[in-house]
Design a protein around this ligand. Structure first.
Ligand code: DGT
Ligand code: CA
Ligand code: CA
Ligand code: ZN
Length: 570
């Protein structure tokens, strides 16, 4: 789809025109056209193919002049007017403009005086104190520019679902009390519980869109308003992520929710089924001719298509539609199904709280058992435990169990797997523990064959019940090890080793890994890896990941009662 490419060019033209002191009306015309194209549901190329330049002019905000420019782009791949402007001031205007305190006029001065073309140049000049001496800038502006650059770096790219969760709460807190909002739900990748989120898509049912849009665009965490209309508005939030809000009528709510939840591939597959049945599906409903036959709820839409309801976490067009139509969908593990947590650290090593405090917090979070898994001695920087300290910790856990009701504390460890695949705690000490997890904490960059062999060696140890951190990745921070997951899964099966999904920012296993493991009959666990009591909430993210991997309760051992869980371990 070329909608976004063209929208971006029109946005830049608006910046250039402002730079050239063009009349405000003309600048706004380009800005509005850009927003309109970016939010257009249809493919602009299709619109043009079907109806020519006339159809382009039907798009809100596109007049004759703009329609001609769009046509030029579709035909030649460029817009000469834009190319000429760009030649005069060849800078990355859209990135520079995103920095707070930099407008088109200032961008022009920076280029003319200091040859600043992009954010990198800008940062260098600001750090060298070259900007404060320019007329109209000053020391304060220079500092603001540096702050703006920091913010922009933070906001580039995607956000982890854990980060976005709090932003969504903040939005809900501000909008839920607004009078006239009948329903508010966040759709998009957030509702599908993807690992990372590009932008937040909010759907609202209301008879008074004006009030809703006013409230949305004036939320206290709005950094910029990109567009404000009666059906759709888009803002950049101070947290660095964008959010769209759409107001839809109650009669279309289910269809709109379905459409904007996506994924795009899932939508396309659903639309195909509709067409095969002589129907039409879009964000307004499922139609037979012009008659809407479903649309108020998602359930209605799926039913009318002859499908079972498909949970949002499964909507990636990776077999869920076939399963929903013919065979069966998994009965996914629920968000309150976990009974225990099998990885957490305490102040015996790098956690912040005592065993007892963590146990009480776990109980409060609704858990029945926890496994204490402090680090072991070769992780010196965490104050890792040796055999003697593990024994002492075991005694302490015994005392706590006698003292506390409603929560069972189990003895464990997160044993470090050394470079050669051996463990840093001797087997005699491991045998004394209730459950042993092992993981890699160093030498991440070994070649595939070596790091796989190293991991397999630990899994072969009859004392190792769980492989913690099977891939070692940290979302947006650290790549996974180059490890042969298929082989890990095979050996997990043959040795009866449980594989950990983890949670928070780690989510070691991807959805497809989880599906592969389940198919092979391997059991999994979802752990918070808590280092402080508030981390127990991260279990929700791990559950979401398990659901995205089609996991049922039977696949996740810490969704089982304690006795049953203990029996399945080595
Ligand atoms: P994100 O924001 O990158 O994490 O991913 P999504 O899935 O939230 O994608 P987004 O925000 O671009 O669009 C929200 C939903 O709107 C998407 O999941 C499906 C629907 N959608 C967007 N573009 C298209 C399209 O071209 N065709 C169809 N059928 N659906 C689309
Ligand atoms: Ca989105
Ligand atoms: Ca979006
Ligand atoms: Zn730790």
């Amino acid at each position: 789809m070329k909608n976004h490419e063209i929208a971006k060019i029109l946005e830049e033209v608006a910046i250039y025109l402002e730079m050239e002191d063009e009349i405000v009306f003309k600048v706004r015309a380009y800005e509005n056209a850009a927003v309109s194209l970016a939010s257009l549901a249809e493919d602009v190329e299709e619109v043009y193919k079907k109806g020519g330049i006339g159809a382009l002019q039907e798009i809100p905000g596109i007049g004759k002049g703009l329609a001609e420019k769009i046509e030029e782009y579709l035909k030649t791949g460029k817009i000469q007017f834009y190319e000429d402007l760009k030649k005069k001031v060849p800078v990355d205007v859209s990135s520079l403009k995103r920095i707070e305190s930099l407008g088109p006029k200032k961008i022009k001065v920076l280029y003319k005086k200091l040859k600043i073309k992009n954010v990198e140049d800008l940062e260098k000049a600001a750090k060298a104190g070259k900007i404060r001496v320019l007329e109209g800038f000053g020391k304060k502006t220079e500092q603001n520019i540096l702050k703006g650059i920091e913010f922009m770096k933070k906001s580039r790219g995607r956000f982890t679902i854990f980060e976005v969760e709090s932003v969504v709460r903040e939005i809900e807190r501000q909008l839920k009390p607004v009078k006239g909002i009948e329903k508010l739900i966040v759709a998009g990748s957030y509702r599908r519980r993807k690992e990372t989120i590009g932008d937040i898509d909010i759907l609202v049912v209301s008879k008074n869109p004006g009030i809703v849009m006013d409230a949305f665009t004036s939320m206290k965490n709005v950094a910029a308003v990109y567009g404000k209309g009666n059906t759709k508005s888009t803002v950049r939030l101070k947290e660095g992520i964008d959010a769209d809000l759409r107001v839809v009528p109650a009669t279309s709510f289910g269809a709109a929710l379905n459409y904007f939840t996506g994924s795009k591939d899932h939508n396309i597959a659903l639309r195909k089924i509709a067409l095969e049945n002589g129907l039409k599906l879009n964000e307004y409903g499922l139609f037979h001719g012009t008659k809407q036959i479903a649309g108020a709820t998602e359930e209605d839409v799926y039913r009318a298509l002859g499908l079972h309801y498909i949970e949002p976490e499964l909507r990636e067009n990776t077999g869920e539609i076939e399963a929903g139509g013919k065979t069966r969908l998994p009965k996914l593990i629920g968000y309150s199904d976990l009974k225990g947590d099998l990885q957490l650290q305490t102040n015996w090593t790098d956690g912040s709280h005592s065993i007892e405090a963590m146990a009480l917090a776990a109980k409060k979070a609704g858990l029945e058992y926890i496994l204490i898994t402090d680090h072991t001695k070769s992780l010196a920087m965490t104050g890792g435990l040796d055999e003697k300290k593990l024994k002492k910790q075991g005694e302490e856990i015994g005392k706590i169990n006698r003292k506390l009701d409603g929560i069972t504390v189990l003895k464990g460890a997160e044993v470090n797997i050394m470079k050669d695949g051996s463990l840093d705690i001797d087997d005699r000490a491991l045998k004394e523990l209730d459950i042993v997890g092992a993981s890699i904490h160093s030498n991440f960059n070994m070649p595939r064959a070596d790091i796989t062999k190293r991991t397999l060696a630990a899994m072969e140890n009859p004392n190792v019940d769980i492989l913690f951190h099977p891939t070692g990745r940290i979302l947006n921070k650290r790549k996974p090890f180059d490890i042969d997951i298929e082989q890990i899964i095979n050996v997990a099966k043959s040795t009866g080793t449980v594989l950990e999904i983890n949670s928070l920012q780690r989510l070691d296993l991807k959805d497809e890994h989880i599906r592969m493991a389940i198919k092979a009959g391997v059991k999994l666990c979802i752990d918070s890896d808590a280092h402080t009591p508030s981390h127990f909430s991260a279990l929700q993210v791990g559950i979401a990941q398990a659901r995205r991997g089609w996991a049922e309760k039977k696949d996740i051992i810490n969704a089982w009662p304690l006795e049953k869980m203990k029996k399945m371990l080595k």
